[in-house]
Design a protein around this ligand. Sequence first.
Ligand code: ADP
Length: 532
Amino acid sequence: MQELLDQQLHSTLKTYFGYDTFRPEQETVIRQILSGRDVFAVMPTGAGKSLCYQLPALMLPGITIVVSPLISLMIDQVKALNEAGVHAAYINSALTENQIVKAMELAKTGQYKIIYVAPERLETPRFLDFACHAEISMITVDEAHCISQWGQDFRPSYLRILSFVHMLPVRPVVSAFTATATERVRTDIRVSLELEHPYETVTGFDRENLYFEVQRTKQKKERIRRYLEDHIEESGIIYCATRKGVDELYLELENAGFSVGRYHAGMSTEARRISQEDFIYDRTKVMIATNAFGMGIDKSNVRFVLHFNMPQSMENYYQEAGRAGRDGEPAECILYYSPQDTVINRFLLESKEQDREYTEEELRTIQAQDMDRLRKMEMYCTTTKCLRAYILHYFGEKAKEQCRNCSNCQEEFEEMDASEAAADVILCVRTSGQRFGMNMIAGTLLGENTAKIRNYRMEENPAYGKQSKLGQTRIKEIIRTMVERGYLRQTEDKYAILHLTGTSGELMEQNTPFIIAYKKEEEKKRDSKKSV
Ligand code: ADP
């Protein structure tokens, strides 16, 4: 029996997908599905999730319904399946009413093994009628994080998947896949889909061939120019936060003679298509783009992904950076960070939120989550610990303390005793009644004379001006590190109010040393500026 299954698995893999071997976790997931067990898999983009449900779909007796949020992805997947000889179809708003009727008729006659649908379609009478009269072996929920308010792209229509499952005469296997899920989102997915003792796996987030680096600098354009000069033969992507940012950088690099293209949602469909093709076929070396670029693009020889701005979340960052080195050869992911990036992102997040239709309560949760993700992204930019370990921990995977293939593992750090500053931060937070966020506390310690400080009479605070010798960036770094180490806590709403914790007192009373590490190179730059 076992041998027969092994044989079937491998021959299906070879015949329809053209591969000789499974990637490590794929086979386990597939076997679990075939044994009738629900599955919940968290795997990064590019890890090969589609195969995990497409292959068993071919071996299960009935039809597999794949719920997917993105029409473009459905179209790509169905096209690829049809080309491989698998009967598959999609039903979504890209089809006319007539086409839908036709597709449903074919589905009823058992023409398709796999049907992709948008969640909104599930409960239409026509689809329900079909589903209740067909043999449905599996429901696969792709991008399963969309089901959670705590997730990044909450789609209320995903919540209807469960009632659809309930309406089926026989409960099929339910499998859920996502590239991003914090513990909270994971619980939501399990509960909202009523997964039954699912086989769960978080895997494959580590991309050993990628080198990670964060550079803190305001001279981003010069740094990027220099980088391109040193990598003139290589293909790469530069991500900017805004369309304007893309246009500016594009013009500058184009004028400087680099082989660059650009891509953002403000360009015409045709212009975007041309630009994308030029990049894919290596007619332009470097693509400058907003995060609108990259979905479904499988270019294997991207040697670097540079971020001109910090993205809004680690999810976004890792997905974008992960487009480097798909061929497994060494590739570099460098993020150019300046504190201004946080300001841009706050603005972008707020305008994004106004765009959508949510209830007030949903909106509050979403805002709090957005800000929390932004803070965790910021911590990636300021941490002095291993960047890869930070990423892997973020996604719930275990990691070695040092990877030796990121800028933090390779760089030398200089330590600085910030005990006095940390004690003053605690003093300031305590005496001002734990009512303020980072900006007000930093401003007070620096002794700023602004309307905001005066409004709240912070110039009378005992910590006012006590750290005026430090810069804004450094004092915020100290506060952030205090949060990271648990000496302070930030509220999880958009105000991020600083509160004391059980250990705050240690910094004041027992004179616990508070040591912070700085990159040596940054220190030198600061010094040379001072002496000018
Ligand atoms: P995801 O959905 O997780 O983002 P995909 O399913 O799009 O990832 O797969 C990413 C790439 O890996 C695709 O080009 C796919 O063909 C390839 N791939 C998947 N499984 C295998 C395998 N077992 N062997 C080789 N390549 C694979």
